[in-house]
Design a protein around this ligand. Structure first.
Ligand code: AMP
Length: 593
C-alpha cells in the first residue's frame, strides 16, 4: 500500500505492518496524560515493534501536543512522510482525508518552525475549500498548542478581509488558505510571501477539478524559488503528475491506497428509483435512518427544496451550498456535530472535507459526476474508524454509470429495495415499543415526575375507574397522536419499479457494450449546453472540439456530454456549475485555429 520510487522503497513486510498499524489507530482523546507519557517512554526505551512518535525526533512541545490529542502511533502516511519531510525533501503523496495526512505534513513543519522569531510566514498551505482550510488551520493550531508563540492564520473567501489582514500583520508562521483569497492578499500586499520556504498543496486534485490550476501556478510563480514543496492528492491523474514534474524537485513518492481501506468500513448500496419517486424513496430511507445523514444533490436549488420537504416531514435539516455565507456554514457544521441537526442536504463543493464523526449515512440522491466525487461523498461517513453506510439512487438512464462506477472503484455496490410500507410500519412499531420501554426506565430517574405520575394514575383510577391496562392504552394513544400511525400510502410503485428496472437493466447490458462511449459517464441533467460559433462549414469534427476543450480548460474529456455540430455552430453539453475561470476560458476557445 505504500510505494516509494527510490531507495527508501518500503518492503512488503513494512507495507504489511503499516496496514496492520492503521487498524490500531486510536481516535479517542485520552485525558490520562501520564499513561500515554509512559507509553511514549516505553516506545523510546526500545520497544521497536511499536513505532511511536518519539522515533521521529520531535521536540517535547510537539510530543506534548500529541499526548493531549491522544495519538499513540503514527498512521501509515505519517510513518512514511514525516521522515522525508524532516529531511526537507519534496513530497508527492497520494492519500485521502481520514488517513492522518494533515499531521503528516503539519508536525514536521511545526518542528522546523519551533523557534521561529521572524514576522513573515514561512509555510503556505493551499486547500481547495474554505472548510478544508479551516480544518487544516485548526489541526496546525492543535499540534502547535504546546509550542510557544506559534501562529497559524487561515485566509479564505466568504469572510471579511479585515480580520485576516490584521492577523497577517502580526507574527505568522503558517498561512492556510484557498487560492482566490491567497491571490487577493498577495496582490494587495497584505500577505508578505518573501520568506515562504515551504508550500503544501492539499487535495490538489480537487483544486484542479474546481478550475484553480491557473491560480495555483500564478501563486507558485510569486513565491521564492527555493522552497520545499509538498503535494497531496486523493487521486493521481495526469494533470497532477504534470504539476509534480514541473514544480517538485526529486520528490519522495508515497501512495496510501486508502480508498479501499477507508471504504471498507462503508457499506455501499444502491437502489433503483425513477426520478418522480426519488423524494418519496428518500423519505422512506430516512424512516429507517433518522440521524447523522448527509444527502448529496446536484444543484443549490435542490438542496433547499429537499430540505423544506424533509422539514415538513418532521426532520431537523440544514442545507450546505455555495450560497450559504461562511460563518453560517461553520455554524451548521457545528450544529450537526452537536446533534441539533440530524440531516444535511448539500452540494458536492460545499461538503468537501466535511469531517463529522456522527454521519452514519450518505445518500447520493443525484448520481455523482465521476468516481472521485463518489469517493469524496461516501468518505463523509465511516470517519475515524467508525462504520457507515452509503446509498446511491439510480434511475433507468444511470444503470451503465453504476456499472462504470463499480468497475472503476473495483467495488461491488449491493442492491437494496426501497423500504415498503410493511418494512416502515414494522420499524415504527419497533420504535414505539422501544420508546415506551425507554420511557418506563427513564421515569425512575426523576423523583418529582415519578410522584406526579403516581398522582395522575391515582386520579384516573379514582375519578374515571380506569384499570391499569386502560390507562396504558390511553397513554400510548396520547404518544401516537392524531395522525395515522402506520404508513398506508400506495406503495405498489416500489415493486413494479424494481422489477421493470431490473428487466430493462438486463436488456440494456448488451447495448452497453456497444455503447461504451466516454460521454455516457454522465447523465443528461448534469449538463448545461454551450453554444460555440464554429460548425461543419469550418470543417470541425467532434474530436477537434473535445481536444480543444480539454487542452484549453481543465475539463476532463470524459466529462464532456453530447456534441452536436451544425453548419455554422455547435452545441456541447458540459458539466453544470463550471468554475468562472473555466467558463471564461471556454469563451476564448479556438478549434482548428
Ligand atoms: P486527516 O486525514 O488529517 O483529516 O485526519 C483524520 C483524523 O485522524 C483526524 O480526526 C485526526 O485527528 C486523526 N488522526 C491523525 N493522526 C492520528 C494518529 N496518529 N492517531 C490517532 N488519530 C489520528
Amino acid at each position: 500500500m505504500a510505494l516509494k520510487k527510490d531507495s527508501n522503497s518500503l518492503s512488503s513486510e513494512q507495507e504489511k505492518s503499516q496496514n496492520e498499524d492503521s487498524s490500531q489507530i486510536e481516535f479517542k482523546n485520552s485525558d490520562n496524560k501520564k499513561e500515554i507519557e509512559s507509553q511514549l517512554l516505553q516506545v523510546s526505551k526500545g520497544d521497536h515493534n511499536k513505532n511511536g512518535f518519539l522515533d521521529f525526533g520531535f521536540n517535547q512541545s510537539i510530543l506534548n501536543s500529541l499526548i493531549n490529542k491522544g495519538y499513540k502511533n503514527p498512521t501509515p502516511i505519517q510513518k512514511a512522510a514525516i521522515p522525508e519531510l524532516m529531511l526537507g525533501r519534496d513530497l508527492l503523496g497520494q492519500a485521502q482525508t481520514g488517513t492522518g495526512k494533515t499531521a503528516a505534513f503539519a508536525l514536521p513543519l511545526i518542528e522546523k518552525l519551533t523557534d521561529n522569531k521572524e514576522l513573515n510566514a514561512k509555510v503556505l498551505v493551499m486547500t481547495p475549500t474554505r472548510e478544508l482550510a479551516t480544518q487544516v488551520a485548526e489541526s496546525f493550531k492543535s499540534y502547535s498548542s504546546e509550542t510557544s508563540n506559534f501562529k497559524t492564520v487561515a485566509i479564505y473567501g466568504g469572510t471579511d478581509y479585515r480580520n485576516q489582514i490584521s492577523a497577517l500583520k502580526r507574527k505568522v508562521d503558517v498561512v492556510v488558505g484557498t487560492p482566490g483569497r491567497i491571490m487577493d492578499h498577495i496582490r494587495q500586499g497584505t500577505f508578505k510571501i518573501k520568506d515562504i520556504n515551504c508550500l503544501v498543496l492539499d487535495e490538489a486534485d480537487e483544486m484542479l477539478n474546481m478550475g484553480f490550476l491557473e491560480d495555483i501556478e500564478w501563486i507558485i510563480d510569486q513565491l521564492p524559488e527555493k522552497k520545499q514543496m509538498v503535494l497531496f492528492s486523493a487521486t493521481m491523474p495526469t494533470e497532477i503528475r504534470n504539476i509534480a514534474k514541473k514544480y517538485l524537485n526529486d520528490p519522495a513518492e508515497i501512495l496510501i491506497k486508502s480508498v479501499k481501506k477507508e471504504t471498507q468500513l462503508i457499506s455501499q448500496k444502491f437502489l433503483y428509483v425513477q426520478r418522480h419517486h426519488k423524494l418519496d424513496a428518500l423519505k422512506r430511507i430516512l424512516e429507517l435512518n433518522k440521524e447523522g445523514v448527509i444527502i448529496f444533490v446536484r444543484t443549490k436549488l435542490l438542496t433547499t427544496s429537499i430540505a423544506e420537504a424533509l422539514e415538513n416531514s418532521g426532520h431537523t435539516v440544514a442545507v450546505l451550498n455555495g450560497d450559504i455565507p461562511q460563518n453560517q456554514r461553520e455554524n451548521t457544521v457545528d450544529r450537526l456535530k452537536k446533534g441539533f441537526i440530524d440531516i444535511l442536504v448539500a452540494t458536492d463543493v460545499a461538503a468537501r472535507g466535511l469531517d463529522v464523526e456522527r454521519i452514519k449515512l450518505v445518500v447520493n440522491y443525484d448520481f455523482p459526476f465521476d468516481k472521485e466525487t463518489y469517493t469524496h461523498r461516501i468518505g463523509r461517513t465511516g470517519r475515524a474508524g467508525r462504520s457507515g453506510e452509503a446509498i446511491l439512487f439510480v434511475n433507468q438512464r444511470e444503470k451503465h454509470f453504476l456499472r462504470n462506477l463499480e468497475n472503476s472503484t473495483r467495488t461491488k455496490i449491493e442492491e437494496i429495495n426501497i423500504p415498503s410500507n410493511k418494512i416502515i410500519n414494522e420499524k415504527r412499531m419497533e420504535k414505539l415499543i422501544d420508546n415506551v420501554n425507554e420511557s418506563s426506565l427513564a421515569k425512575d430517574e426523576n423523583e418529582e415526575n415519578k410522584a406526579l405520575i403516581i398522582d395522575v394514575l391515582d386520579n384516573l383510577k379514582e375519578k374515571y375507574s380506569m384499570d391499569d391496562s386502560n390507562i396504558a392504552m390511553a397513554a400510548i394513544n396520547l404518544v401516537i397522536g392524531n395522525k395515522s400511525f402506520f404508513l398506508n400510502d400506495d406503495d405498489s410503485w416500489i415493486n413494479k419499479q424494481n422489477n421493470t428496472d431490473r428487466n430493462r437493466s438486463n436488456r440494456n447490458s448488451n447495448n452497453r457494450v456497444r455503447n461504451s462511449n466516454r460521454r455516457n459517464n454522465y447523465q443528461n441533467d448534469s449538463f448545461e449546453t454551450y453554444k460555440f460559433n464554429f460548425g461543419k462549414f469550418d470543417g470541425v469534427r467532434v474530436a477537434n472540439i473535445i481536444s480543444s476543450i480539454c487542452n484549453s480548460t481543465n475539463i476532463n474529456g470524459r466529462s464532456i456530454g453530447k456534441i452536436q455540430i451544425f453548419n455554422d455552430y455547435s452545441l456541447v453539453d458540459l458539466p453544470r456549475d463550471l468554475h468562472r475561470e473555466t467558463k471564461n476560458k471556454l469563451k476564448k476557445i479556438k478549434v482548428r485555429n
